[in-house]
Design a binder for this molecule. Sequence first.
Ligand code: ADP
Ligand code: MG
Length: 618
Amino acid sequence: MSKKKPKKQEFQAEVRQVLDIVINSLYKEREIFLRELISNASDALEKLRHLQLTEEKVHDDKLTLEINVTSDDKAGTLTIQDFGIGMTAEELVENIGTIAHSGSKEFLTALEEGGERNESLIGQFGVGFYSAFMVADEVTVYTHSWKEDEPGQKWVSDGSSYELEESEGQRRGAKIVLKLKEEHKEFAGEDRLKGIIKRYSSFVPFPINLNGEKVNVVDALWMRKASEIKEEEYAEFYKFQANAFDEPQFRIHFQSDAPLAINALLFTPRDNLEKFGLRRETAGVSLHCRKVLIDAEPKGLFPDWLRYIRGVVDSADLPLNVSRETMQDSALVRKLNQVLTKRYLKSLRDEAKKRPEEYEKFWAQFGHHLKEGVATDQEHKENLAKLLRFETSFTEKGKLSGLEEYASRMTEDQKEIYYLCGQSREAIESGPYLEAFKARNLEVLFLLEQPLDEYVMQQLLEFDGKKLVAGDAEDLNLGDAEEEDSADRLSEENATALCAWAKEALGERVTEVEPSERLVDSPACVLNADKMGSAGMRRMMKAMGQDESLAPLAVKLQLNTAHPMVRNLDALRESDEDLAKLVAEQALDNALAAAQLLDDPREMIARSYQILERVTKT
Ligand code: ADP
Ligand code: MG
């Protein structure tokens, strides 16, 4: 193959946009660029170390795994060299000439909304390399891939376009040379550089040499005794490991010998980046064996719903040469998963007890993930149930309660735990289903995250031996209300006749009409007539866009025979049956709406005008 001429190439349009943002507005601290370049060097070395375990032939195999930072303050240049995996020509174009990550567009929109958080976003979106242009006029990458027969490459860019050509005599890895801007020459100063490296890169697991002198302590924090580690060390390690700028919300650091030898240091972040609606987190707890990184993002080490955890797990029981592919299905990783998940959930429970306010902050960010756990993972259901939090009819708006607390407030006669679903606390409070519980002074959980909460309840089925029961279930048996029954109730005979008439009038729309024992203030409510098409199921199927496969709605209508409207209706069906029919239809639609089961209000609106017309006639 003949040597190609350097070719000037334009960056992909999105790269240009990202570059502009990175250079002009993203960072408050320009010095971050060094952290990003060192972190890339460290990643490349980790990958190399892994290849050495799994591949037969790695180019330049004798090179030390280290990072060399050299500066020349007279010339105003700075070089960061690693002996990692390097890049081929294709990889150069793909990794730094385009934004291959599907996250690039999301990154741009995230920046618009991120505000203060911008700094924590950058490392997360894989655009760190470009931060070099904040301080440099020109960036040159000399590189040679670990693959023996790939030629060396030189990539050079001024931040507006780049040139790529083959380059002989390159050693394995990458050497990034920055020609510093006049106003940023300070970054060639040795003391300045030393400070930055110590500040941001203390935990890089490879030696970092600055002008020939080692500046970091290569130290596996997680292997040390917890009692000997300072708070700041943990915080710094978290920032390094999670590529984060915030402080962790919770931390656990533990060692165990049985059933597996584990050293684990796990962090719960403060913010849930998924809440920005930008992307889905991927596994972020790295797996090591006696300090050697096996996989930075091992799948299966934690269940997917705990994908927000950051940190390190080190197990001496892992075989070093395990490949990433086989590891995922290995019995050992499954066992690790089980042990770690249990341990993590237990630590959350401790936090909830010890620091309830902090736990609520955590819950606000990551509660959704725990619910996802209940919904998808049978194994940890019971432990997760104790971590759930809801508003209830006994708490103030915005205040939460766990199931254990609820259970502790249950009266002796109460055998079940009740819940109601709704769009908001207000919607539930003004709907017809809460009345029966209020009248009996029974607490009801308010499930406001739809349809997930309802699904969670259906998965749990019970808590601590107490059944979880929907407050709009048909077969609810709450016993007598505390208050005396209204004297103004329709007689049993009238009530039966009215219900029979209403069933006739409403036809196929209802399976049955009956007098209600649960209603107090509302005139009517609907109950699920068949289990498979329950209100909850319908709402869920609708949310999933699968409502077409549902059977037509079949509900039972209950009438409050003590309510003036219902009593009037009983008289009206004698005097003006046409109007009475309209009223019955309208009452049914109102009850469906309160149950979030009225899909199309058009008919209801037209009918309500008909009724209004009749009652406004003079
Ligand atoms: P990220 O590190 O989050 O992927 P960057 O913008 O920092 O995003 O780097 C982009 C990509 O360029 C990296 O994923 C990697 O493939 C490649 N890269 C950057 N620096 C190096 C290096 N020193 N050695 C090998 N590859 C590198
Ligand atoms: Mg990077």
